[in-house]
Design a protein around this ligand. Structure first.
Ligand code: GAL
Length: 719
């Protein structure tokens, strides 16, 4: 039985319902489950899904604070859902000219209309085909709404690629013999999805703008994570076989050379055995783990531990956990079924007792994505009865949620790394990374992270030249986690002496901008606005939509298509900044400025308005532009994030011609007390005085609320 159309007369609907048994959902049955969020349960949705695995809870209050939507954002009559052959079919309409974004952490494309994807957790393999670290089943339309399928399944997506016989807006039949306009891919007026399950919960998020739909999705998932302040400093991951002494020396070198450093990541060698793991400190390299961690903390440097979840038969916890593991191994290590309370208790106790208790601050949880060649196969079974597929789609969520809860229990925030996530993971304090290493594609991933409820770091590992090193370093300092991952290369920020000073300057800039980054993450948490995101979410942005010239001949590729131009090499960072990274070999680049006046971040000079400019920044600068009326709070270049309560002097920079206001967030920077109201927003205001010059002011500190603002000075960048 087929697509069900809305506004079907009541009696007819009843007859249809009887005809098709329990496969149907009424497409009139959309229930508003939160302000601007509608849910439809199709067929028999599975109890285990992305939101249950992640434990995500909607932030109803924050959703209620967003602009009230006009109503359901799509023509309900053009949505069709049904269950057939034990699978759930979903169809959503598309209008001409509508563009789609999202469908997870893609690396090469931002525009998703026309794509055919299988959303499948995997290590990114070089193609945007749905197999990626966070294949979030959520898309946003340029028409200003979002759609989310809450299923822990491999979902097939035809994002405006297929043409039905009963299409409401069918393409014209063309004759290739004679029509110049013949296309190998005729116009499609729908997104169609296939969920391999007998039902699924589907959600629609209202706009009116695409950014509003993204905010609603993020808030529905609990709001973005608020990292501890130190998470936004600089982090170095050391060589995999480093000993405690080598780590100590490395930290001392950072200090001596005056490079900022907030946390150090230990790679596999802190464990006696890895791949599979024992989770035991290697005493030859770390004879006194507690003493070592304490020592480092005293120096202002936190410790983050790498692990993958797979349990070595030689691990002391193996006998206990073995009954609660899957049928198949990963590198001959057992895979804990972390949906079982018994497995959870046994597994995480180890981490709690031997890491958190001695002061370890976070984890990097590796290898929870794929590849198929080493991960458990789809024929694996798990004692909970969940399928290998469900486990694959959610394992990243399970390890994030469960490890984050260990820290939450101690009223301590964490910020770590993970290689797989999914919808539901928005509020979990983890950043995704991978082994792929294209600088350009890393930036596109950063752009797409804002559509998929994830954070991504374009980590720096190694480089062929100083130029490449510096260019990558500049990008990572304008991302959710400023990091060198030297697990294999042993590189340090100063590894390329010819650019060591420039690297230091940008690392210091990262630290100086901490008040800005921290406030922007607070907006992610409280308001759902992704701190790093696509230009497409920016008001006044219009990509140069033009057809690219395709030169392939009929013989080369008879199905070759022109694609519309997408912008995937510049992005927004926080409320005001437009970042346009420069890649190795480039001396200049084009930057598309949205409508409105824009100013150079470094000089405050006017650069343009709604136009394409060409910049030649020199090797030492990453091009960054500030919106008219932008306010950027800056602190001194400390080597470590300020401690709770530590007063910090601020230089408030104002750009452009507009008077402006900025909300500066403050709390203790480390605990969850902000959830009990222990936080404050200070209003920074810049106005013109009657006599002409600018004047800045900051609202008074609220009594009884955290206040870390020291002396405030004002710089009016645009003269
Ligand atoms: C990889 C991971 C790297 C590093 C390495 C250690 O899987 O992506 O960042 O941690 O493992 O073996």
């Amino acid at each position: 039985m087929k697509a069900q159309l809305l506004k079907t007369p009541f009696l007819l609907t009843i007859c249809l319902l009887i005809l098709v048994s329990d496969g149907w959902a009424q497409t009139d049955d959309w229930a508003e489950v939160a302000p601007g969020v509608w849910k439809l349960s199709v067929g028999k949705p599975e109890a285990y899904n992305l939101l249950t695995a992640s434990g995500a809870q909607p932030n109803q209050e924050a959703l209620g604070r967003l602009e009230k939507p006009a109503g359901f954002p799509l023509p309900k009559g053009e949505i069709a859902v049904w269950v057939e052959n034990n699978k759930t079919y979903l169809r959503f309409p598309l209008e001409q000219g509508e563009q789609l974004y999202g469908f997870g952490l893609n690396f090469q494309t931002v525009h998703q209309r026309g794509k055919i994807l299988k959303l499948h957790v995997d290590h990114y393999g070089g193609k945007d085909n749905g197999r990626t670290h966070a294949p979030t089943p959520f898309y946003v339309s340029s028409n200003g709404y979002g759609v989310f399928v809450n299923a822990a399944r491999y979902i097939d997506v035809y994002a405006g690629s297929a043409v039905r016989k009963d299409s409401k807006h069918p393409p014209k039949v063309q004759n290739r013999n004679t029509d110049k306009d013949w296309s190998a891919r005729p116009y499609s007026d729908a997104v169609e999805m296939l969920v391999p399950a007998e039902g699924a919960d589907v959600y629609v998020f209202a706009g009116p703008k695409p950014m509003d739909a993204v905010r609603r999705f993020n808030l529905f998932n609990g709001g973005g994570c608020l990292p501890p302040r130190w998470g936004l400093g600089f982090t170095q991951r050391v060589h995999r076989l480093y000993s405690a002494d080598e780590v100590r020396n490395e930290a001392a070198e950072f200090e001596a050379k005056q490079y900022p450093l907030d946390f150090i990541g230990l790679e596999p060698g802190w464990q006696t055995k890895s791949y599979p793991c024992t989770f035991e400190w290697a005493k030859d390299r770390f004879p006194d783990p507690a003493g070592f961690v304490k020592d480092m903390l005293q120096k202002g440097v936190r410790i983050n531990l790498w692990t993958n979840p797979y349990v070595s038969p030689e691990a002391p916890l193996y006998p206990q956990i073995a009954p609660y593991t899957g049928s198949h191994t990963v590198w001959v290590g057992a895979v804990p079924d972390l949906t079982l309370p018994e497995a959870k208790a046994i597994y995480w106790k180890k981490f709690e007792d031997e890491h958190l208790r001695i002061g370890v601050s976070g984890y990097k949880i590796d290898e929870v994505d794929g590849y198929d060649t080493y991960l458990w196969p789809d024929v694996a079974t798990f004692p909970s009865g969940l399928s290998a597929e469900q486990m694959r789609q959610t394992y990243g969520l399970l390890v994030q949620k469960q490890s984050a809860d260990l820290f939450r229990k101690r009223n301590q925030r964490t910020y770590g790394l993970v290689r797989a996530s999914n919808a539901g993971g928005v509020s979990l304090p983890y950043v995704i990374y991978n082994d792929y290493y294209s600088h350009e594609d890393f930036i596109t991933a950063l752009i797409n992270s804002g559509f998929s409820g994830t954070l991504w770091t374009p980590e720096v590992r190694a480089s062929k030249t100083g130029e490449e090193w510096l260019r990558r370093f500049q990008s990572v300092c304008f991302s959710p986690m400023a990091m060198i991952n030297a697990w294999s290369s042993g590189t340090k920020p100063w590894s390329f002496p010819e650019v060591a000073e420039e690297v230091k300057t940008i690392a210091q800039l990262r630290m100086r901008m901490m008040p800005y980054w921290y406030s922007e993450f607070a907006k992610y948490h409280f308001e759902g606005t992704p701190p790093f995101r696509a230009m497409n979410l920016e008001d006044g942005f219009r990509a140069e939509v033009r057809k690219e010239v395709v030169t392939a001949s009929l013989e080369e590729n008879p199905y070759v298509e022109a694609v519309s131009k997408e912008v995937k090499d510049q992005y927004m960072a926080g409320e005001y900044l437009l970042v346009a990274p420069v890649f190795t070999g480039q001396k200049s680049r084009k930057v598309i400025l949205p409508k409105g006046k824009w100013y150079d971040f470094y000089t405050g000079k006017y650069v343009g308005n709604g136009e394409v400019i060409t910049v030649t920044p020199g090797l030492d600068k990453i091009p960054v532009f500030v919106k008219d009326g932008g306010i950027i709070p800056i602190m001194p270049p400390l080597l470590h994030a300020p401690k709770p309560g530590q007063k910090v002097d601020l230089e408030i920079r104002h750009y452009g011609e507009k008077p402006a206001e900025y909300r500066l967030y403050d709390d203790d920077g480390e605990t969850f007390d902000y959830e009990k109201g222990q936080y404050s927003w200070r209003v920074l205001k810049v106005e013109r005085q009657k006599s002409g010059p600018w004047k800045g002011s900051i609202s008074a500190a609220e009594k009884g609320k955290p206040n870390t603002v020291g002396k405030v000075t004002w710089t009016f960048m645009t003269q």
